[in-house]
Design a protein around this ligand. Structure first.
Ligand SMILES: Cc1cc2nc3c(=O)[nH]c(=O)nc-3n(C[C@H](O)[C@H](O)[C@H](O)COP(=O)(O)OP(=O)(O)OC[C@H]3O[C@@H](n4cnc5c(N)ncnc54)[C@H](O)[C@@H]3O)c2cc1C
Length: 355
């Protein structure tokens, strides 16, 4: 008899899990709340370990071909002076790959194409359906993101997403190609500029802010007030964008979970371990969760044994990354003694970035 799985959420983690399970012979149904894959979106960094997971799914080379290689990386001060260089060559020597940047829609489209016959039901929000799905399917995978309702149903209200204390702005600029990752750190805020596929430049900004302190219709003015005096490439980006191109959202994290699984349910991706975006690793970890989960299930005598092995392999490393990410966020939000902060940043680069 064929094993069946329901996946709640058709984001990076959900689609990757669908491919991985299908390759192991599962019959999979993905329920996605949205009506379709988003058409536009900003870039995500795919680190070497995520590329290896994508290789396992059979789409690593598609991502390498579509994405932009990050060949130069630097942290700078607002006046343009260098704080630290990212040794991208060392990362590539150590791991066999550099970081590739590509937009979320491009990644989702690659994953979607690789799903084959798997049923992906768009426009089907699964709200309070966990009990029914658990009875109907051999396995339920909750890949419904940081605000996971499945997580709340499974583990309770105390594990609802928490505000990280920081907010983010994001966007991209057409016809402005770059090979460089440049992140500029000022007092309590940062502005990043990275390559993106299709000749675009991806940008993001982050700052400490009270929850929900949006300024609809004048986010660009807020950005220009805050970052307008910063050196290139920040100013060039702020000159090239318009208000309608600015995305703004507060950053939420998943609290520490005591387990990623219960009975025949597994939490993966942001539902299990949403972290601040300071390491650029959340999407990568969702991909690694997906291939690990499928491998654990393949090697186990029963679903519950496979899920226990998945929890053992993934909970500690992802919670450790979330902790490091949180430290990076706090460092970035420092407003005083910036020379200490810059020294710490430089020291953390000496070992090279984690792959
Ligand atoms: C500013 C910023 C920058 C980032 N940069 C990077 C980066 O460079 N590299 C990186 O690896 N990561 C990055 N991340 C993190 C990354 O975006 C997330 O970790 C990743 O999207 C998690 O994937 P996921 O599939 O777990 O969740 P999501 O992408 O949130 O997908 C969840 C899906 O579930 C659906 N859904 C939700 N509820 C329901 C429901 N009830 N029923 C059905 N469907 C539902 C949603 O519509 C969505 O499609 C960044 C995040 C932010 C905020």
């Amino acid at each position: 008899m064929v094993d069946t799985a329901a996946i709640i959420g058709g984001g990076i983690g959900g689609l990757a899990t669908a491919i991985a399970l299908r390759r192991s012979g599962w019959r999979v149904t993905v329920y996605e709340r949205d009506a379709e894959i988003p058409a536009t979106g900003t870039a995500l960094g795919m680190w070497p370990a995520a590329l290896r997971a994508l290789d396992t799914l059979g789409v690593g080379d598609d991502v390498r071909k579509l994405g932009r290689r990050q060949s130069v990386g630097e942290f700078r001060r607002p006046d343009g002076t260098r704080i630290a260089t990212i040794d991208t060559a060392r990362l590539e020597r150590r791991s066999g790959d550099p970081v590739y940047l590509l937009s979320r829609p491009a990644l989702l489209t690659v994953l979607h194409r690789a799903m084959g016959e798997t049923a992906l039901r768009f426009g089907t929000p699964q709200v309070r359906q966990l009990t029914r799905l658990r009875e109907e399917f051999d396995l339920v995978v909750a890949a419904d993101g940081v605000f996971s309702q499945a997580r709340t149903e499974l583990l309770g209200e105390r594990y609802r997403a928490r505000y990280s204390g920081g907010t983010a702005w994001r966007g991209y600029v057409e016809n402005m190609p770059t090979d460089s990752f440049v992140e500029t750190w000022g007092a309590g805020a940062k502005f990043g500029v990275t390559p993106q596929e299709g000749g675009r430049t991806n940008w993001y900004a982050a700052a400490a802010a009270p929850e929900g302190s949006f300024t609809p219709g004048s986010e660009l003015a807020t950005l220009r007030r805050r970052f307008g005096s910063w050196a290139a490439p920040v100013r060039a980006v702020l000159d090239a964008i318009s208000e309608s191109e600015v995305l703004r959202h507060d950053v939420y994290v998943t609290p520490w979970l005591p387990t990623f699984t219960r009975d025949n349910v597994a939490l993966i991706g942001d539902a299990a371990h949403a972290m601040t975006p300071d390491l650029g690793r959340g999407g990568c970890e969702a991909l690694i969760d997906a291939v690990t989960l499928a491998a654990c299930l393949r090697d186990a005598p029963a679903v519950r044994d496979g899920l226990r092995a998945y929890d053992r392999q993934r909970r500690r490393p992802t919670q450790r990354l979330a902790r490091i990410s949180n430290v990076a966020a706090r460092m970035n939000r420092m407003r005083r003694a910036l020379w200490i902060r810059d020294g710490l940043l430089r020291a953390s680069m000496l070992t090279g970035p984690p792959d």
